[in-house]
Design a protein around this ligand. Structure first.
Ligand SMILES: Cc1cc2nc3c(=O)[nH]c(=O)nc-3n(C[C@H](O)[C@H](O)[C@H](O)COP(=O)(O)OP(=O)(O)OC[C@H]3O[C@@H](n4cnc5c(N)ncnc54)[C@H](O)[C@@H]3O)c2cc1C
Length: 176
């Protein structure tokens, strides 16, 4: 039987805060958007008991609630979340990309990598039960950071303040 192929404008690999944020933007920009998530939408933040440092929430918000709200917002703008593990990626920006998953192949004009990270485990007793409560793992400044954004964050952090531009596309004051 022929393998199923799904076609979309934008395919986002990873449904954590970065992928969901990208999904909100792309969906709101009228692009057909698929978010491919191998586990729980919300990523690491969905496993966090309380988040105290998310802008706009002056009271702590439970991680699962925050991630559900992100999912709802992305879906409101038309992004579709598909349970899928992406195992390979081929193609280029000129010809388009093909993502290879368990269930299907996904053709997309643009791909956003938002696969996040896995915190290294210490292997100490109680880590499994306590890690969502006692651990503090603040994100880099751009919590919703794609791989590209992470890169630009670290390079900006290494640039003297006086040489940083004020009108970069990621400037927090920009509205779209
Ligand atoms: C216990 C804990 C507490 C934390 N507390 C806070 C806090 O209080 N405040 C704060 O700011 N930050 C906190 N963090 C950090 C925060 O959760 C992360 O910075 C944030 O989730 C990173 O978002 P992300 O979307 O980049 O990556 P992730 O959240 O890691 O999401 C990446 C997603 O991609 C998916 N994925 C990966 N590979 C594939 C693939 N091949 N195919 C399909 N899907 C794939 C993963 O399943 C995952 O859902 C905490 C983290 C942990 C673990």
């Amino acid at each position: 039987m022929a393998r199923k192929t799904v076609t979309t404008d934008v395919a986002i690999i990873g449904g954590g805060p970065a992928g969901l944020t990208a999904g909100i933007y792309a969906g709101r920009g009228q692009l057909d958007t698929l978010i491919l998530e191998k586990g729980l939408p919300g990523g690491q933040i969905a496993q966090t008991e309380e988040v105290e440092n998310y802008p706009g929430f002056d009271e702590a918000v439970p991680g699962p609630e925050l991630s559900q709200r992100m999912v709802k917002q992305a879906e409101k703008f038309g992004a579709r979340i598909v349970m899928e593990e992406v195992e390979g990626l081929s193609g280029d920006a000129y010809h388009g990309f093909v993502l290879h998953g368990y269930e299907a192949d996904y053709r997309a004009r643009a791909v956003i990598l938002a696969t996040g990270a896995n915190p290294r485990r210490l292997g100490v007793p109680g880590e499994d039960t306590r890690s969502t409560v006692a651990a503090s793992r603040p994100a880099p400044p751009a919590t919703a950071s794609s791989t590209a954004a992470r890169r630009s964050w670290s390079s900006e952090a290494a640039t003297p303040r006086s040489r940083r531009g004020c009108s970069s596309p990621s400037s927090p004051t920009r509205s779209s």
